[in-house]
Ligand binder design. Structure first.
Ligand code: ADP
Length: 536
């Protein structure tokens, strides 16, 4: 600090005095007493003013009446330099006024100039005061700097926290103990349909309406539970949320108290997660188990019944026995297929599927499938049509899996097509759109051997019952079956999931187009002669 005084430094004094005799008396005093003063004398207010603009002093001793002003004028310019007023006898009132205006002290000038005797002590006291004031000021400045730094730190931490909460993939809502919303992140906005600025300060119950998914009755808010128990609380696994637009969203909710260091609860933080997908999977698994149980039981019951009949009748004619054994054989095949599908899915799920990689004769595969399903189609008088182009190219892959893929698509087409309908399977080769973009058409024309640009397109279309639009995105999910009231069509919901996995493993893709009561077309695109890895 510019005006800092150290114990050993000399004292810088400004004397403002228009009386030459008083000036001389002061100088004499300094000399005679050997005072460690570096002093400057100003003979008028104007002079004092000019000196003060470019100099700093530890103390100023100012005569009250100056020819061109008063000591009050000097006081105004002195800033933090302590000013000692020197007033004449009888001017005590002015001295008091001076103290009120911020002067540090005053001395009363007497004619004999005895006041000079006490001046050194008054100056000394003023210096000590200034030192304390400076130290205090320094302390105050340091404190202010510290507060500023801490405030900035806190702001940064607050911002970081806000950014973290905002970036969380779960919905986070915090309320105070009056249940007023104090935090509402982006995911909360998406989940509830409310904007953060609309809900700040609102009571949570105004916008958060949990219900029981099964009974549709209002559910208990986990926030209320925390307010009662003072502990972390979880919602039930049947919780759903009614959003702003009135729709229902299955949620999992957890709420926990926010406590201060002394343990007082100051709010509650609640984390919500949209569990639509998990609930859907749970539902599909339950459906699957009941469907599989049913599917297994039907052929088993038939097998058991025929065997019992044969065993109970040792005299059964050979012809009848033979017919019964044939039925048992067919039903056993059904059972075997179902169990194989379940095993296939579990192998795919556990990632232990083994794939061979060999050139596949796709024409032969299609012909084999068609001959295997001929009797099925025949039963419903369905016309099976094949439209296979010449020179399909060489597909490198697993023949068994490709056959299972085609079989699944063709059996579905027959299964979901009413009597007298038509199922067409076609296969051709084409230049893939992606390769054409990457390589350029002209380049492809010149280099017939650029095999990665070629793909095999197999499509299976039928004139069947079709698939509702809203079900299309889900039909490749495991265990998903279109709910068709009044129609009992057997199945496990596994066929298309397996088809999709096989297509993926061969680096291809599958598309579906369908119209209710008109028919469906499943199209598979598989890269030809590429090194596209089959994954295991
Ligand atoms: P599923 O064992 O039920 O046939 P999939 O996984 O093969 O199981 O098929 C899933 C659902 O897709 C079926 O339940 C069916 O409703 C629908 N689906 C599949 N193929 C067809 C088709 N060709 N025509 C109409 N619906 C179909």
């Amino acid at each position: 600090m510019e005006t800092e005084i150290t114990q050993n430094s000399r004292c810088r004094i400004l004397l403002v005095e228009d009386d030459k005799i008083d000036q001389a008396a002061f100088e004499r005093l300094v000399k005679q007493q050997g005072l460690a003063y570096d002093y400057t004398i100003a003979g008028s207010f104007a002079q004092a003013k000019s000196i003060l603009t470019s100099n700093k002093f530890d103390v100023a001793v100012v005569d009250y009446l100056l020819g061109d002003g008063t000591a009050f004028d000097v006081l105004e310019l002195a800033n933090d330099t302590p000013v000692i007023f020197a007033t004449g006898v009888g001017d005590e009132e002015i001295a008091i006024k001076a103290m009120k205006a911020g002067a540090y002290d005053y001395i009363i000038k007497d004619v004999q100039r005895n006041y000079l005797k006490i001046l050194p002590q008054v100056v000394e006291k003023a210096l000590a005061h200034k030192k304390t004031a400076d130290a205090l000021k320094q302390y105050h400045n340091d404190l202010e700097a510290l507060v500023k730094e801490r405030t900035e730190q806190l702001e940064e931490e607050k911002e970081l926290l806000a950014v973290t909460v905002c970036s969380m993939t779960d919905c986070v809502i915090a309320v105070d103990v009056q249940k007023r919303i104090i935090l509402f992140n982006k995911v909360a906005e998406n989940l509830t349909g409310w904007k953060c600025r609309e809900v700040q300060g609102k009571i949570i119950d105004e916008i958060f309406h949990p219900i029981d998914e099964k009974t549709k009755k209002p559910g208990e808010s986990p926030i209320d539970k925390v307010l009662t128990s003072g502990q972390t609380e979880n919602g039930s696994d049947r919780d759903a949320l009614i959003t702003r637009d009135g729709s229902e969203c299955p949620i999992s909710a957890t709420a926990a108290p926010i406590r201060k260091n002394d343990g007082t609860m100051v709010g509650i933080v609640m984390v919500l997660r949209d569990v639509s997908r998990e609930r859907e999977i749970d539902r599909m698994k339950t459906d699957f188990i009941s469907s599989v149980t049913h599917e297994l039981r039907t052929p088993l019951t038939a097998i058991k019944a025929y065997i019992t009949t044969i065993l109970r009748d040792p005299d059964m004619p050979e012809q009848t026995k033979h017919e019964f054994l044939n039925v048992i054989d067919e039903e056993s095949d059904l059972l075997k297929n179902l169990i194989e599908a379940i095993l296939e899915v579990s192998r795919i799920e556990s990632g232990t599927v083994k794939f061979s990689r060999e050139p596949v004769d796709i024409t032969a595969v299609i012909e084999q499938v068609l001959s295997a399903v001929q009797h099925l189609a025949g039963k419903k008088n369905i016309w099976l049509k094949a439209d296979i182009a010449d020179q399909l190219g060489v597909l490198h892959g697993d023949e068994g899996k490709i056959q299972s893929m085609v079989m699944n698509l063709v059996s579905n087409a027959i299964k979901f097509t009413p009597e007298n309908g038509r199922v067409t399977i076609s296969a051709r080769r084409r230049t893939s759109a992606t390769a054409a973009v990457a390589g350029g058409t002209s380049l492809l024309q010149k280099q017939e051997s650029v095999e990665p640009s070629q793909e095999l397109v197999i499509s299976v279309s039928d004139t069947g019952i079709g698939i509702p639009k809203e079900a299309l995105p889900k039909i490749f999910d495991r265990f998903y079956r279109v709910h068709r009231p009044g129609k009992q069509i057997k199945g496990t919901g596994l066929g298309l999931a397996i088809v999709k996995e096989i297509v993926n493993m061969h680096g291809g893709r599958i598309e579906v187009e369908s119209e209710l009561d008109k028919g469906s077309t499943f199209t598979v695109f598989l890269p030809l002669n590429t090194q596209t890895a089959l994954y295991v």
